[in-house]
Design a protein around this ligand. Sequence first.
Ligand SMILES: NC(=O)c1ccc[n+]([C@@H]2O[C@H](COP(=O)([O-])OP(=O)(O)OC[C@H]3O[C@@H](n4cnc5c(N)ncnc54)[C@H](O)[C@@H]3O)[C@@H](O)[C@H]2O)c1
Length: 256
Amino acid sequence: MATGRTHRPATRSRGIPEATVARLPLYLRALTALSERSVPTVSSEELAAAAGVNSAKLRKDFSYLGSYGTRGVGYDVEYLVYQISRELGLTQDWPVVIVGIGNLGAALANYGGFASRGFRVAALIDADPAMAGKPVAGIPVQHSDSLEKIIQENGVSIGVIATPAGAAQPVCDRLVAAGVTSILNFAPTVLTVPDGVDVRKVDLSIELQILAFHEQRKAGEEAHTDGAGPAAATREGSDDSADQGPDGDVPAVMPA
Ligand SMILES: NC(=O)c1ccc[n+]([C@@H]2O[C@H](COP(=O)([O-])OP(=O)(O)OC[C@H]3O[C@@H](n4cnc5c(N)ncnc54)[C@H](O)[C@@H]3O)[C@@H](O)[C@H]2O)c1
């Protein structure tokens, strides 16, 4: 029975820096848009602009993939889509479970972008007995009593937690004990996991707080420069040191 434990991402073992891995989905998103418009090739400058990344950083990132482009022609869009997808492990189907099917869990279940990127929602799990059997996004919600059975039968290695904060750690523990090795945590709490388990967290209110900080700073700069406006440099992709969260935890929403 597959537990997914053998599906550890190969990227780190192949020496690709975590900051590069975090930018690969940005390149892929930009390349997919080009592919949909049947654009055959793209220069590093064009792709960097579309991905919101500095072009020197892009060339360095692609060198880890062994992709250097052709001088005067640029990068082959379709081949890069394939290469990045393969590197990210997206050429295979990843069954995902979502635990906690409230406002957020239901919105995530309804999000079509997972399936189009190779993530199949294998099951929706909730502790509320009244929800059991009710379809959300066409999938019947299953009771959390069956969590372990669901994980094992579907060979799930990625779990999404959208429960209230207080339930997140016990849910995480059960997911991990059942064989889940990657967790995307939306609950506003820091999860403790054993070695070998990856946790990414998404907290939109933290992102807003960071924007509030920059807004405040811009307002201060404007006051100092007598209305001349903030510095032209964007925050995006300006510094790899921003790749770690304040507590050393890795936020899933990262600067480019
Ligand atoms: N990360 C973000 O940006 C972001 C944004 C919105 C909400 N949130 C967080 O997401 C979580 C869900 O928010 P919501 O608005 O959907 O809440 P909600 O109350 O609508 O839904 C929570 C669901 O979790 C279920 N649940 C509770 N304990 C459970 C358990 N042990 N096992 C399985 N299911 C369980 C409940 O029955 C309920 O259906 C909260 O922690 C909230 O703070 C995060």
